[in-house]
Design a protein around this ligand. Sequence first.
Ligand code: SF4
Ligand code: SF4
Length: 297
Amino acid sequence: MQVIRKWIQTIWIFLSNGFWGFPFTGNLYQGPLKVICSPGLNCYSCPAATTYCPIGSLQQLLLGIRFSLQTGSYYVGTFVVGGLGILGATFGRFICGWACPFGLFQELLYKIPTKKHSIPKTLRVFKYLFLLIFVIILPLLIVDQFGMGKPWFCKYVCPAGTLEAGIPMVLLMPDLRTTIGALYWSKILILTGFTGWSILASRPFCRTTCPLGAFYALFNRFSLIQLQFDKDACTNCKACHKVCPVEINFNETPASNECINCMKCMSEACKFDAIHIAIAGHRLGSKRKKVAIASPQ
Ligand code: SF4
Ligand code: SF4
């Protein structure tokens, strides 16, 4: 199962970043696919990006609301909000575990052999604050004289943007190097921090900072596809606790917002069929039969 997951994660990277013409054309891809919302965090300005970033687009929508109201051209942004809503309501945080390029980047870094550390649970709340403050409030409220805001999260924080767009663009377009300033270096510092942290701890960006993860987390309990827990089958062996990349004890908090639905607990740990996947509440696959152990005569 985990091999399949790695393949799906890799396929998503190439689906979201399938344009390799940039070095020859010097232009970002602007074809018909660019109206499609990438499910995971994938920078719109990445030279290879074929889709748009859901968090970037949400900010673009909010930062332009005041301007569009002033000019009388307000539009609701159904495409962005609807796209995000459909993805969240269908998959919840399965997207984090299966379709996010920056999630896979952190997973690969975590494989580097070093002493590993846990992440304090209190830091989890920061991703909700980043969603609320950097993605919603600041783009909406802090505007220039024309009523236009800024994409605060993309501009000042997003390490995925630095990795996928900031660094490659500077490498591919030498003219851009003259524009490098304090902001660029501060973002390199953020990316370096998360890169180092990802070697020492599992998925730190997803767990503490990612506003997209925070958004999908709101749907985790209600999404169409879910991992479900069979309390009667659970023996409390705690095997699921040991494999979880985000340090959840699945049998104690089966519907946790933090669960990225990687299914490691189900496929690698639980020997008692206490964890299963369900679509709209219906279990996928039949229940494993309990093996009866014959007693000696
Ligand atoms: S609880 Fe299970 S599915 Fe959720 S993140 Fe942990 S190991 Fe993955
Ligand atoms: S591995 Fe399965 S049986 Fe063991 S505690 Fe977790 S859910 Fe329960």
